[in-house]
Ligand binder design. Structure first.
Ligand SMILES: [Zn+2]
Length: 213
């Protein structure tokens, strides 16, 4: 776990957007720009996909990223790689220390398995991504392009037996993760609405997206 603070100041940012729990963020990030995801109230999960803006068939790949860094967790120094094994973004600052890329995002189907059949009607990250894709045809992303994601701020430790556990969140109010784009990318983030997940502290809250040139 690596804690590394940023030198960037929010007052110098070129864009700032507050995304409520259950809402999505779908926008370009240019090569050389830095994106901070700020956990405003703590214990929130930001379920995020990245696409090469020039060709969305090239996208963030959990398997390539894990293999190349030799570690299942993401933190400062992690290079997020694509399915063509190209470096896509680098995590340049991190005050949370651990981010999951194994657990996947919540879907109404998985919520019935994980929680209860009656939870099926509840809003899930996959719904937010589908809505984002439908509302932004200009980016050329379709539901077929929805694959591996990163759960920023989510704590999914691997047990000594190799199992996955959804543990209490380790993020707190004001913690953030920051990454620099190494290519022009599209950022598709669902701010998780799932209130049955301990990673969200049973209380989904807003995050802020802050961008610097
Ligand atoms: Zn979710």
């Amino acid at each position: 776990m690596t804690i590394l603070e940023s030198q960037l100041l929010p007052e110098n940012a070129v864009e700032r957007h507050i995304i409520g729990a259950g809402d999505y963020y779908f926008a370009p990030l240019k090569k050389g720009q830095t994106l901070r995801i700020l956990d405003l109230e703590g214990n929130q999960a930001a379920d995020t996909l990245f696409f090469n803006a020039a060709d969305v068939s090239e996208r963030y790949s959990a398997t390539d990223t894990i293999r190349e860094q030799g570690n299942v967790y993401l933190t400062a120094g992690s290079v997020l790689r694509t399915n063509l094994n190209n470096p896509m973004l680098e995590i340049t600052a991190d005050t949370c220390g651990r981010h999951d890329t194994l657990g996947g995002a919540c879907a109404t189907e998985s919520n019935t398995v994980r929680y209860d059949l009656e939870k099926r009607c509840m809003h899930a990250c996959r719904d937010s991504w589908m809505l984002a894709v439908a509302e932004h045809p200009e980016f050329g992303v379709t539901k077929r392009d929805i694959t591996h994601n990163i759960n920023f701020f989510m704590n999914v430790p691997v047990t000594s037996e190799g199992g996955l556990t959804f543990a209490d969140g380790i993020s707190g109010a004001g913690k953030y993760v920051e990454m620099k784009a190494l290519m022009d990318v599209l950022v598709l983030m669902s701010n998780c609405p799932q209130l049955n997940n301990p990673c969200n502290g049973y209380n989904p809250t807003p995050v802020e997206m802050i961008i610097w040139d």
